[in-house]
Design a protein around this ligand. Sequence first.
Ligand SMILES: Nc1ncnc2c1ncn2[C@@H]1O[C@H](COP(=O)(O)OP(=O)(O)OP(=O)(O)O)[C@@H](O)[C@H]1O
Ligand SMILES: [Mg+2]
Length: 465
Amino acid sequence: MKQNKLISFRLPLIVCLLTCGLLYCFSHLIERSFEKFSIRQNVTELNSVITSIERELTYYSPSDNRDEFIQNLLLILTGHHHLFVYIIDDMGKIVYRTRGPNLAIALTHEEFERIIEDESTSIENIDKSSYRIAASRVTGENGQQFTTIVAVRRDVQLEFISRLRNGLGLLIVISCVLALIGSLISIYYTQKPINRLIRKIERISLKNLNYRIPTSSVPVKYVSLVKAFNNMLNRMEDVFSRQRNFTADIAHEMRTPITNLTTQTQIVLNNARTTEEYREILYSNLEEYEKMSQMISDMLFLAQADNRQLVPKLIDIDLQNMILMMCDYFEPLTDEKNITLKLEGNCSHIQGDKMMLGRAIGNILSNAIRYTPVNQIITITLSQMSEKRIKIVISNPGEKIDKKHLPHLFERFYRVDESRHRSDSSGTGIGLAIVKSIIETHKGTIYVESDDVSTRFIINLPTAI
Ligand SMILES: Nc1ncnc2c1ncn2[C@@H]1O[C@H](COP(=O)(O)OP(=O)(O)OP(=O)(O)O)[C@@H](O)[C@H]1O
Ligand SMILES: [Mg+2]
């Protein structure tokens, strides 16, 4: 939140600075253009006037045509406001001067000769006014030299430029303030739904993990974000609830054998027993101990899988051979129910951990044997899906597993019929969870199908990891 506030101030500040910078550049450009334009205008005016005067001076003779000369000068200056002329001869005598500033000051200027040579102009401040000055020197008809100074007053232009500068400065300040206010307002309105969302998210804890943010309460652009967040909550809730059930299930599973052992021990201790009776009770206890030990090692196995610590020791495996050996291993159990284990098809050798894959297939086979009615056939089919993938299908006849159970079958401690397996007390419901972990460690997939004819576990494995 704190960082949010920082960002919401930083952004308007950046917008404000950018606006300020842009407008400054823009106003500087306008000011410079206007300055250049007025200089050009002044220079053109000065040059045209000075050229006309030069022309008049070349024919000028003070004794012959002074009046005509003055008349012509007045004609030249007609229409030129704020323009002043100062003409002297080589004796320093004033030939003509307009009313106004004393332009003779320019003569003392150290740059005066350069202006004449370069035909350029310069700035002169006379009586608190600024003038642009041009000058020339011509020789008249009788060999007399005349120096002409023409000046144009710049005060109006300077005042205009100064006003323009002030106006643009004010515009920059107002624009910056408006940009700042505008961006603060727009950020406030953009931030508002996000802040509301953050507050809602902050209220979610383990106690109300089932709460989902309604997508109707957020602007359209955040709907997919909220959906993704809700989906993440779904997954988290699922993991937490499984974790909770898992702990409860472990406690439950451990309690039964421990209660059995405690009760038996109490009964035995109540009366004196023969050695044979003690031996029998110890055997029965041993069974419980073994079951608990098996369950603990299964849990450890799953914990390792969860922490990605299961590292398969990869070797080349001939699956056909491995499954035939397993069929031999299960013979005592299948003989008991007169069940036949039939292996069909073939596939290429694969890379895998023989112990782990043996455990996975063994788990499925032991389930299959348990749920297959007497005198029936369990089929194991091997096939090659592609060059790099093989398929194992273990299919057993028997009661159909209801569709609603199928997605949960690989969950820990999940049993289809709780009571049925409690009484037969042979399964804890983690066999298939272990199978799934093993197959996934081998980068394969497993799923189950069940119908009135059979239940099929389908494993898909890569030939090499
Ligand atoms: N071949 C099958 N036919 C019918 N139901 C099955 C089959 N395999 C598994 N199930 C159902 O799936 C449940 C979970 O099987 P899983 O192997 O995980 O547990 P379990 O066999 O009960 O106990 P465990 O394997 O830990 O000793 C079983 O309880 C059973 O209800
Ligand atoms: Mg099992």
